[in-house]
Design a protein around this ligand. Structure first.
Ligand SMILES: [Zn+2]
Length: 70
């Protein structure tokens, strides 16, 4: 379904393109026009604009919402 991805601070996302450190999972540190991401493996921070972020997004996990994965 098209439309903006409902991403929120604290979400864990899997991106198509791996970080050079080998990590593919990222924590969302800020949202808005740009999405701030923290590498779950090496702890580096990057910023992606929303369009780029949605293109690379593979999966979004939201551990703060149990039962949402259905
Ligand atoms: Zn990394």
């Amino acid at each position: 379904m098209p439309g903006p991805v409902a991403v929120a601070q604290g979400d864990v996302v899997i991106l198509r393109k791996q970080h050079p450190c080998g990590g593919a999972s990222w924590s969302v540190t800020r949202t808005g026009a740009d999405i701030g991401l923290l590498c779950g493996t090496c702890g580096r921070r990057i910023m992606l604009d929303r369009e780029e972020f949605e293109r690379r997004l593979v999966r979004l996990d939201r551990p703060s919402e149990p039962g949402a994965a259905c």
